[in-house]
Design a protein around this ligand. Structure first.
Ligand SMILES: [Zn+2]
Length: 440
């Protein structure tokens, strides 16, 4: 499918063949291919989809375009020939079901047009009215903005039903976990989950040795033909390091509604706070005295700065409640989260906040709360990150992390019986040393 332009086909709005397309959108494509995909108009005689037939009175005109580097939804729609005002209306409607900032490079967007009366009269194709905009947010979820009779746009979400199947994969580490996991066919996304889950306890740079073992029991979502289209979560995983086996179980504590991974003794793997609430950023300024880049004089820097491109997602460093989300003077767009009675974290200079993150909302560790920007007193895009302990600012990089939750009493009893059932479920599946790749 990466072979060229001709292989590229129309994505119908009803989503029946959309899953495979969406998967390809996640694969790496070159800029050239992305641009080649752009601006392909499908034939006018292509059958219109069920969702749009009611609106399309004249010849349907469908177009699928790919998101390129630096594109916004607005740019993509206008480039595809949609009127800017109509595009704006469609995007506004779409925003209620899709965060336009989540747009991915290579992602496909399908636009449907109808000819206006003027276009009919003048026999031109230039004057087209936007009827719908749709995209696959995921292999099992399509979002769309569809023109409604009152001439506005309405949002629509379509869930494509996929069946959940469990898979069990294990292997012995020869060189690196990543390599051995890849050899056993463990999908990258699942390997990353595995690393994340164990990263609180295992130093993957130093502690892994040849002969160590891993085993993962995870969800896969398959279509009606049994083809795996999407990986789900790890429900159970184990690592045997120098003969010592650690097993982790995904478990939801009913009292607070949080889901986490616990070891056999019911101890959460998570520490209360993540050290770096941003992926792939580089530390550009530490906690301590420094010459202020804007004010010019020496001043105490009471946080850690992480340089990252504008728009890079920022995660909540721990479970907690948003205490403040808004403009905050020199901090620019600012979020402060209260985690425990002792700890709070703050995030500054953000470009903007993630949807539904506002004062009073509960956030989970690792949840995206906003995006890197350079608002407030800032010289360039970066995250200024602070840790407050009992009202005092402390060094985020040297903070001794308090341990996560340890289950007790009735909750521990419930967990132990859950873990026992999980062990049986895992044992009931044959242990594969090789798993089939996702369908493409
Ligand atoms: Zn700073």
């Amino acid at each position: 499918m990466l072979g060229g332009v001709l292989a590229y086909t129309l994505v119908p709005i009803d989503g029946t063949i959309a899953p495979s397309i969406a998967l390809e959108a996640n694969q790496q494509t070159t800029a050239e291919e992305q641009h080649a995909k752009t601006d392909q108009v499908t034939d006018g005689d292509t059958a219109p989809s069920t969702q749009t037939t009611e609106q399309v009175s004249t010849q349907p005109n469908s177009k699928t375009v790919s998101v390129g580097k630096g594109d916004t939804l607005m740019k993509v729609l206008v480039r595809a020939g949609a009127d800017p005002q109509e595009s704006h209306a469609a995007i506004t409607a779409l925003s209620s079901v899709f965060d336009p900032r989540r747009l991915k490079i290579g992602q496909d967007i399908t636009l449907n047009f109808s000819k206006t009366d003027l276009a009919e009269k003048t026999k031109t194709n230039d004057i087209l009215q936007l009827v719908s905009v749709s995209l696959n947010q995921d292999v099992d979820k399509q979002v769309a903005a569809i023109r409604s009779p009152d001439r506005g746009f309405k949002a629509k979400e379509t869930i494509i039903e996929l069946e959940k199947k469990m898979a069990r994969v294990g292997g012995t580490i020869e060189n690196s976990l990543f390599l051995s996991a890849a050899q056993s066919g463990l999908p990258n996304q699942v390997t990353l989950q595995l690393i994340r889950i164990f990263s609180y306890d295992v130093d993957f740079q130093r502690e892994i040795q040849a002969g160590d073992q891993f085993e993962v029991y995870f969800e896969r979502f398959v279509d009606e033909n049994g083809r795996a289209l999407k990986e789900g979560r790890i429900q159970w995983a184990s690592m045997t390091l120098s003969g010592q086996k650690i097993s982790l179980y995904r478990f939801k504590t009913k009292d607070d509604g949080f889901t986490d991974y616990y070891d056999q003794k019911g101890r959460s793997v998570r520490k209360t706070l993540m050290r770096t609430p941003i992926d792939g950023a580089r530390l550009t300024s530490r906690f301590g005295k420094r010459k202020h880049p804007i004010l010019g004089y020496t001043k105490m820097h009471k946080g850690a700065d992480f340089g990252a491109p504008r728009g890079t997602p920022i995660m909540a460093a721990g479970n907690g409640t948003v205490e403040m989300a808004g403009r905050n003077g020199a901090y620019g767009n600012y979020i402060r989260i209260r985690h425990t009675s002792e700890y709070k974290t703050a995030y500054a200079h953000m470009k903007g906040f993630a949807k539904k993150v506002r004062k009073g909302s509960r956030v989970k560790q690792g949840q995206i709360i906003g995006y890197v920007g350079t608002t407030g007193r800032s010289t360039g895009p970066h995250l200024h990150y602070e840790v407050h302990k009992n009202g005092r600012l402390i060094n985020p990089l040297s903070v001794k992390l308090p341990a996560g939750r340890k289950l007790k009493g009735k909750m521990l009893t419930t967990f132990k019986s859950f873990a026992g059932q999980m062990d049986k479920a895992v044992a009931a599946l044959p242990a594969n040393t090789k798993v089939a790749k996702l369908a493409d």
